[in-house]
Design a binder for this molecule. Structure first.
Ligand code: GRF
Length: 197
């Protein structure tokens, strides 16, 4: 049973899915938000999970990350899951959690890293998009992919309808990927995702 901390900034629909999918492989022991009043905090509290708000305002990136790192270590976190966490993490923080830190991104990585993904997918007239769970490395959205799910792009999609379709597959994909990691079926090895049956 791996002790998991989840970092959020917003509504936390992925957090909700991760809470609902808990089983013998992982237990969420802490939810940290950098934004006070983030909707996900209430989801955690309703599930009886400890929460912390660590605002980033007025702090250097390094100081903010050091504060989060201390909270994660104090709680005995073994895996750290980013779920709509809207801050770039310092190289030091990322290295300190190497192989234990994952993120979900609403595109079929390595395509469409960064923000405004759905707008760009639609502007490029893609027929397919999706979601990816990846190990976090210092370069943004560039870490090895653990699992992906694709969805069709419809001709009449707006960024909102496409975002909803992608989000609905995220809610199955993220628990699946976290369980692969928690059960030792995937690990970060020499900069690549290594899988065992
Ligand atoms: C998701 O689309 C995820 O891919 C991205 O941020 C969004 C978070 O949504 N990284 P939620 O807060 O989990 O509802």
């Amino acid at each position: 049973m791996k002790r998991v901390a989840v970092l959020i900034s917003g509504r936390g629909s992925n957090l909700g899915a991760l809470i609902a999918a808990q089983d013998a492989s992982y237990k969420i022991i802490l939810v940290i938000s950098n934004v006070e009043g983030a909707g996900g905090l209430e989801k955690a509290q309703q599930a009886g999970i400890a929460t912390a708000v660590i605002p980033h305002g007025g702090k250097s990136r390094e100081d903010f990350d050091a504060e989060m790192d201390a909270a994660l270590r104090a709680a005995g976190a073994e895996l750290v899951v980013l779920a709509g966490f809207m801050r770039i993490l310092s190289d030091g923080f990322v290295r300190g959690w190497e192989g234990q830190l994952i993120n979900i991104h609403p595109s079929l990585l390595p395509a469409y890293k960064g923000t405004r993904v759905h707008e760009r997918v639609l502007a490029a007239h893609e027929s397919e998009s999706g979601a990816s769970v990846h190990f976090v490395v210092p370069e943004l959205d560039a870490g090895p992919v653990i699992a992906q799910t694709s969805v069709p792009v419809h001709a009449d999609d707006t960024p909102e309808t496409l975002a909803d379709r992608v989000l609905s597959v995220e809610h199955t994909l993220y628990p699946h990927a976290l369980k692969l990691l928690a059960n030792g079926k995937v690990r970060l090895e020499k900069g690549a995702a290594a899988f065992t049956a």
